[in-house]
Design a protein around this ligand. Structure first.
Ligand SMILES: Nc1ncnc2c1ncn2[C@@H]1O[C@H](COP(=O)(O)OP(=O)(O)OP(=O)(O)O)[C@@H](O)[C@H]1O
Length: 256
């Protein structure tokens, strides 16, 4: 199943304060969208609203379906969410954590997965380079290793929409590139991937589109070269950046 995501006039209030106001976005299935913006701009709140985890006003629809009208289980089959920080408190083997991604599809026991579930788990562990620690307790993994296991759980879900909150935050450079490439590859297979990141360079290099949030409002949206143009970077982030190309791809380095 693939479908476009339509967000119309989305507003979120938390603690009595507006944190998102009048955000409207049309995001196409099969695209990789980076959401960027300064601290507190509302990026996590946007993902949480799409995932159905915070109350909101406005419409969020996947294809013809209003997501608010779906049961939690039906929503979980459509949207896989990687939260920021992805803390894990139970010493489960990494493979079992990844298998949790199959629970919206009816799996109930990581030791007794059906063939499709086992294949989805194996493929997710392959693309996230987590097979080497499949049998180790997630509580004993490094922050970056655990982050990749959490991402594997999201991949294993096979949902038409992936929401990833800072998926590369804890990763070394090679795994940052690998994870962004894996998210892009997933988008190429029809998934809508929406990833929050503070790394404007990775966003410029890997995303098809960038949505820039500023103080709860959409400041810009479009291809990286448009949304991350110098005037927007100056206005929203207060920075100057080196912008160029390398091997035909955009290069953006925050500079001063
Ligand atoms: N539970 C809450 N109660 C009250 N205010 C909240 C709550 N959660 C977030 N906020 C506020 O909402 C605003 C947006 O927060 P959000 O986490 O969406 O920002 P963000 O863009 O993801 O920030 P960061 O880059 O720092 O992760 C912030 O001003 C934050 O203080």
């Amino acid at each position: 199943m693939t479908a476009d995501l339509r967000i119309r006039d989305l507003s979120v209030r938390l603690g009595g304060r507006p944190v998102l106001s009048g955000v409207s976005l049309e995001l196409r299935s099969g695209s990789f969208v980076a959401v960027v913006g300064p601290n507190g701009a509302g990026k996590t709140s946007l993902l949480r609203a799409i995932a159905g985890l915070v109350p909101h006003a406005g419409l969020i629809a996947l294809g013809a379906e209003n997501l608010d009208r779906l049961s939690a289980r039906a929503r979980a089959r459509r949207i896989a969410y990687l939260p920021q920080g992805h803390e894990m408190h139970w010493p489960l083997p990494a493979r079992d954590v990844v298998a949790l991604g199959r629970f919206p599809h009816g799996a109930a026991d990581p030791d007794r997965l059906g063939e499709a579930d086992r294949e989805a788990v194996a493929e997710a562990m392959r693309v996230t380079d987590t097979e080497a620690f499949a049998d180790r307790a997630v509580t004993e993994l490094s922050g970056g290793e655990r982050a990749r296991v959490a991402l594997a759980r999201v991949f294993a879900a096979g949902a038409p929409v992936i929401l990833a909150d800072e998926p590369t935050a804890a990763l070394d450079p090679r795994h940052q590139i690998d994870v962004m490439s894996a998210l892009r590859a997933r988008a190429r297979c029809g998934t809508l991937v929406i990833a929050v990141t503070h790394d404007l360079g990775l966003a410029a290099r890997h995303a098809d589109a960038v949505a820039v949030l500023e103080a709860g409002r959409l400041a810009a949206v479009g291809p990286p070269a448009e949304a991350l143009a110098p005037d927007c970077l100056r206005r929203v982030f207060g920075i100057e950046a080196f912008i160029g190309t390398h091997q035909g791809a955009p290069v953006l380095v925050p500079w001063s």
